[in-house]
Design a protein around this ligand. Structure first.
Ligand SMILES: Cc1cc2nc3c(=O)[nH]c(=O)nc-3n(C[C@H](O)[C@H](O)[C@H](O)COP(=O)(O)O)c2cc1C
Length: 564
């Protein structure tokens, strides 16, 4: 799907957003609009297990499980986790196996089935492209998660937060159902012994399956040097890049050079952190720009720099199909509306050590008092890293766990300061937070968002009550209607004439009818993006422009500006 040609490369990638913020409803909506919808593949085993324990409202997960190619495995997952009608109030969720190098059969079955479920659901009802996003930092999850997503026919795998050297080989082997051994760093281990996480698809599924297509692979990186490094060697070369800057939501690459903090304790980024886009373009692989590219104007800039398009997160995290808890989403929208939302780059919140964007919402762990009141606890464990114990066995530790425990495992207490338990908090963000036994506390959320809110503010001006993913896609893609040759012939050749009947027939196709002044909201998007101008009494129509294969709004065009 990343091959050259009209419509083959999406101009827009909806960024993967974990945990379950870019869940299947969001990815499906974006893919149905013809762009790349991406589910987050992070922690999907716990997400599926908790959804099943909540009774699987709507039956979506069970529908996907019924389509899993090995029914006995799906049945085992269902038996283990599904609770008809949900849990008793106050009952904690059952634990799922934590990540480790040697994974049990139930752990791998759950991970494969969960990733299959998410991608399968995102692909229903349209033939648009669907991707899955993984974090290199959660590398022990990668083989089983990628394999599950591939069984559901995922089109693109995107990996960030690290240097994803091994993914191209891994995906090629999994497409042939071959056993894989992914090298994993073990702290304190010497270079002589290779540590791996293994998956044998045939042994797991108990049967040989026909080869499946290998998905395209996009590496998410911050620097052109990293893109050049990965592109140099064919065995680690991705099919393209997402170049993500420090304003993006979620984790950010650390600044290059010595870490300096501003007065607010945020890492300082400078010119050395800006990727050289001419060098990225010179590599010759397609690339998308991310981090503050969520407006039509920024998409235009990206295209002008030679990018295939942009990857956008924040605008979709705030859309109606986002997995964020509705109360958190509406708090965010309220604060964006009244101009009080602040997003801070926290250098220490994430146990990964990467800077992490935190929306400063009350009643979340962004509030130091709430952070201080939470007992330190690590029981989900995606960000644990393996380390070598004195006896030669491999142990696991996370700097967000209780400090004495971390120290007993050879960790440096200085590395624990300010760390948040992202696993529990991000699950709470999407309504899957743990409740502790015996009437204990419920885990608090900690919300991440990009620091550029311009796109969100512009969307609020158009859709005061919030917007759908399709509306965000339509708005962003207005950018591609800049030049006369992008516009349908009928309108170009007859500026000022009535809209052609074929277009007028579609006037109610999704954007609402024009009001008395000739505006229908979507036209205003086009006008603001600089693509069109609309006269007061003119007709606006919504149609689908087959030439660029995404829904757009067409208006009568002011001739002087757009037709030579
Ligand atoms: C809520 C949220 C969660 C995110 N989680 C991930 C993630 O799990 N993996 C990842 O590669 N990027 C993640 N991102 C980054 C997005 O995929 C995207 O690259 C970024 O948000 C683009 O910048 P923008 O927010 O300015 O549009 C996340 C972003 C947000 C807003």
């Amino acid at each position: 799907m990343l091959a050259p040609g009209p419509g083959a490369r999406p101009a827009l990638i909806q960024g993967g957003m974990g945990v379950a913020v870019s869940s299947w409803p969001l990815a499906r909506a974006v893919a149905a609009a013809g762009q790349l919808g991406v589910v987050s593949g992070t922690a999907l085993d716990v997400v599926l297990a908790r959804r099943l324990q909540d009774g699987d409202p709507g039956g979506h997960a069970r529908a996907a499980l019924a389509a899993f190619p090995v029914p006995e495995i799906a049945a085992r997952v269902l038996r283990r986790y599904f609770r008809a009608g949900g849990r008793e109030p106050g009952t904690p969720y059952a634990a799922v196996p934590q990540l480790r190098l040697r994974q049990s059969r139930p752990a791998q079955e759950l991970a494969v089935v969960a990733n299959f479920t998410e991608v399968w659901l995102a692909k229903q009802g349209h033939d648009g492209p669907v991707g899955v996003n993984f974090l290199e930092k959660v590398e022990m999850a990668a083989p089983a998660a990628a394999y599950g997503a591939m069984l559901a026919g995922v089109d693109v795998v995107l990996v960030g937060a690290g240097i994803p050297r091994e993914l191209p080989r891994l995906l090629s082997a999994l497409a042939r159902h071959e056993p894989v051994s992914l090298p994993v760093d073990v702290a304190g281990a010497d270079g002589d012994r290779r540590h791996t996480v293994d998956l044998d698809p045939a042994a797991l599924l108990g049967q040989a399956l026909p080869p499946m297509p290998r998905p395209a692979f996009l590496a998410i990186v911050a620097a052109h040097v990293l893109a050049e490094y990965l592109a140099r060697d064919p065995s680690i070369r991705p099919d393209g890049f997402v170049i993500e800057g420090p304003l993006a939501g979620g984790h950010n690459a650390p600044p290059r050079g010595r870490l300096t903090l501003d007065d607010d304790g945020q890492p300082g980024y400078g010119p050395r952190d800006e990727p050289d886009l001419a060098r990225v373009a010179a590599i010759g692989l397609p690339f998308w720009l991310a981090g503050s590219y969520g407006t039509p104007a920024r998409l235009r800039e990206a295209l002008a720099a030679g990018a295939a398009g942009v990857q956008v997160g924040t605008l979709f995290a705030l859309s109606q199909e986002s997995g964020l808890r509705p109360d958190l989403r509406s708090q965010l929208l309220d604060q964006i509306r009244d101009g009080t939302l602040r997003v801070r780059t926290d250098p220490s919140a994430s146990p990964t050590g990467f800077p992490f964007k935190v929306a400063q919402l009350p009643d979340t762990l962004a509030d130091p008092q709430r952070y201080g009141a939470r007992p330190r606890l690590c029981d989900v464990g995606y960000l644990r890293v393996p380390y070598l114990r004195p006896n030669g066995a491999v142990g696991y530790r996370c700097p967000a766990e209780p400090v004495p425990m971390y120290e007993r495992k050879g960790g440096d207490a200085a590395g624990t300061a300010g760390r948040s338990c992202l696993c529990n908090a991000l699950l709470a963000n999407v309504g899957l937070g743990q409740t502790r036994p015996g009437g204990g506390y419920a885990e608090d959320p900690l919300v991440t968002l990009g620091s550029d809110l311009d796109g969100a503010r512009a969307m609020l001006r158009r859709h005061a009550g919030g917007w759908s993913a399709a509306q965000a896609v339509t708005w962003l893609l207005q950018a591609r209607l800049r030049r006369p040759r992008d516009l349908p012939l009928a309108l170009r050749s007859e500026p000022g004439a009535a809209a052609p009947a074929a277009l007028a027939e579609n006037a109610d196709g999704g954007g609402g009818r024009p009001d008395a002044s000739g505006y229908n909201g979507k036209c205003c998007d086009a006008v603001d993006s600089g693509a069109m101008q609309v006269g007061q009494s003119r007709l606006c129509v919504l149609t689908s422009d087959l030439a660029v294969s995404f829904p757009i709004t067409l208006c009568r065009i002011t001739p002087a500006r757009y037709v030579r």
